[in-house]
Design a protein around this ligand. Sequence first.
Ligand SMILES: Nc1ncnc2c1ncn2[C@@H]1O[C@H](COP(=O)(O)OP(=O)(O)OP(=O)(O)O)[C@@H](O)[C@H]1O
Ligand code: SF4
Ligand SMILES: [Mg+2]
Length: 377
Amino acid sequence: MPETMTQGPDAHVHGGGDAVLVASDLVKYYPIKGGVLRRTVGQVKAVDGVSFTLHRGETLGVVGESGCGKSTLGRLLMRLEEPTSGQLEFEGVDMYAQRGRSMRKLRRDIQIVFQDPYTSLNPRMTVGDIVGEPFEIHADVVPKGGRRKAVQDLLDLVGLNPEHINRYPHQFSGGQRQRIGIARGIALNPKVLICDEPVSALDVSVQAQVVNLMAKLQQELGLSYVFIAHDLSVVRHISDRVAVMYLGKIVELGTEDEIYSYPTHPYTQALLSAVPVPDPTLRGHRQQIVLTGDVPSPANPPSGCRFHTRCWKAQEVCSTQDPELIDRPDGRSGHQSACHFAQVERILETVDLSHPQQRATTSSFEPTDQPPHDPIP
Ligand SMILES: Nc1ncnc2c1ncn2[C@@H]1O[C@H](COP(=O)(O)OP(=O)(O)OP(=O)(O)O)[C@@H](O)[C@H]1O
Ligand code: SF4
Ligand SMILES: [Mg+2]
């Protein structure tokens, strides 16, 4: 890791590797317009002070309930949106200061895969046109004569039949469409892939295949992933570290082991207690935490700790003092948690990870014996 990066927001948590993306205090507020004059009457605090470092070859899982700001964060990381404030460095370059040609060049290095393979692909374009479109935008990457072959190679790489290059999206199943989206995402040989719920719209069995494909591509291409999901079980298999978000902020950030086995934030503990356990004989063993109340509006987040309106551990200080995301004890070396009363609760401790059936309860993504891709309907 370069010397300049050792002071990054969470550089100490991750052992090795260079920093690729460094987000510092990212904020995105959307104005709420009201009245006949369409004046700004409030602000939706979609992302409200997010800092982290993404290292080369690493996957950072980002998890949280609907509306907590995950997609907004993903768009900020690609500069599809300008931040209200904050900094973003890509390989040491200040992303938000770039203009014109230098920004266009940076865009090649950070690509996105969207959640819904049914709506994110243009139904009137062939698969070849969809996957090859980035080559039209960045014409210098592959010369015109070589583009068809480049697209076929990409289809092959993601487990699709290169001969299907002239087919349309509706001729493919959901999992295959997501493979098309991934092929497009990696076409320009990016360094970072932002994956915004890439498997949430797919059946569980197909989810496993697509996640396994993404893990394989990461190894082969040396990609770094920001992998967004609303469910902790989805990101476990692929994440090196996980950031748990609540109402625009990261509330806990640690290695996969720290988050799943030594969680210290009550919100993470509640999410873990909701990870599905298919084996009914094990369900009774696990601590169940049922969160009461709805997620508060990000236009009017609670004072102090934003989680205090739903937290069973809340005390008076929680409604007045916003807890910082800092290293807090977890019984081992400690990791980042934003709770005044951070304390380890081993929610999944009754699940013996050496037992295959139990293993499946905490990690849904064991390699399957399924064919490499689902058949065309
Ligand atoms: N362009 C926009 N204009 C106004 N508000 C927005 C805009 N985009 C997002 N928001 C609001 O910002 C908040 C965060 O939204 P975001 O889509 O980032 O959440 P999310 O965590 O991705 O949710 P989901 O899990 O449902 O995809 C929400 O309250 C949302 O309504
Ligand atoms: S700071 Fe207080 S309200 Fe917030 S998570 Fe910790 S105990 Fe709960
Ligand atoms: Mg989203």
